[in-house]
Design a protein around this ligand. Structure first.
Ligand SMILES: NC(=O)c1ccc[n+]([C@@H]2O[C@H](COP(=O)([O-])OP(=O)(O)OC[C@H]3O[C@@H](n4cnc5c(N)ncnc54)[C@H](OP(=O)(O)O)[C@@H]3O)[C@@H](O)[C@H]2O)c1
Length: 284
């Protein structure tokens, strides 16, 4: 059996759909802060239990009897995330879990412009030292992070980005979900690190040109400073650590930290990663 933490988010729900599509709902437990959010998945045959990264006892109970724990990275400032992931690794040890599959991020080093890379670096190190087999999946940026920008670009003709020439090997939530299913159900993934990046990399200039072609509107990329993104996040009422944390992510993207392409999605999922053209078709 497999348990998935933080399973109520967009990735967790996409992952549940991917397991269900393989007829595996009955062998998966979804561990979430608010089980009522997953009534639909429960009706599909998934076990749904309460578990909070800040509550070690709830994690231990959720992991009991499970072979594989998929730990979807949490949200919060670095110290909180590191502590939460630590709680999950300790709970897995206590419960006798055989392998942990962890969703990390591309370039998880403290020198990254992306502030939360530090939490991924710390969790990867803890996992590797845990004595439990691990499969680390370093996720590139989701295409969907830019959905509001793409939608506005269609209306305004402007695609604002920090570092418009910086290439990014975007992926979709479905790519990550299918790769996780492959990592959980396949063999030979113990103690391996995979780069879940697209097989092509796209700059904001490239994406604006592709969006122009797809929508029939003239769309141009516009280089804006990270501070403009941060101000917008503050104006939306997001907490300061989110404004600066997500701002630092855009700085890393624009600087080319996420440019490396990979075929690891195909290796794990058995199909190519989603192309930018296929993803952006929804904005036609
Ligand atoms: N690669 C990228 O571009 C990218 C972008 C955004 C995020 N991420 C990372 O990838 C993860 C999955 O992405 P996503 O799109 O699914 O994010 P999401 O939709 O924001 O989901 C976040 C999940 O974390 C859960 N969570 C937060 N605090 C928790 C706690 N204390 N205990 C247990 N669960 C907790 C949330 O539960 P509730 O439903 O209870 O709030 C939710 O299920 C994120 O959590 C983040 O670490 C990556």
């Amino acid at each position: 059996m497999t348990v998935i933490t933080a399973a109520s988010g967009k990735l967790g729900q996409t992952l549940a759909s991917a397991f269900a599509a393989k007829g595996l709902a009955g062998s998966v437990k979804l561990a979430v802060r608010s089980p009522e959010k997953l009534a639909a998945q429960q009706a599909q045959g998934f076990a749904v239990v309460a578990a909070d990264y800040d509550d070690p006892a709830s994690l231990k109970a959720a992991f009991a009897g499970e072979e594989v724990a998929v730990i979807i990275s949490g949200v919060g400032p670095n110290e909180a995330r590191i502590a939460q992931h630590h709680n999950a690794i300790e709970a897995a040890k206590a419960a006798g879990v055989k392998r942990i599959v962890y969703t990390s991020a591309v370039n998880p080093v403290a020198t990254s412009r992306f502030d939360w890379a530090k939490a991924h670096e710390a969790t990867e190190a803890e996992l590797k030292a845990s004595g439990i087999a691990y499969t680390i999946l370093r996720d590139n940026s989701y295409f969907s992070n830019n959905d509001p920008l793409f939608a506005n670009a269609k209306a305004s003709g402007v695609l604002p980005f920090t570092g418009i020439a910086g290439k990014v090997a975007y992926i979709s939530h479905e790519d990550v979900a299918d790769a996780i299913v492959g990592a959980v159900t396949g063999t030979g993934h113990e103690n391996k690190v995979y780069e879940l990046a697209g097989s092509e990399a796209w700059s904001a200039i490239d994406l604006a040109a592709l969006l122009s072609e797809i929508t029939g509107k003239d769309i141009k990329a516009l280089d804006v400073p990270v501070s403009a993104f941060e101000e917008q996040f503050r104006a939306m009422g997001l907490p300061e650590f989110v404004a600066t944390g997500v701002g630092s992510f855009y700085a890393a993207l624009g600087a080319g930290e996420y440019a490396a392409t990979s075929r690891d999605v195909e290796t794990l999922a058995g199909r190519p990663s989603t192309s930018a053209r296929a993803y952006l078709a929804r904005f036609a």
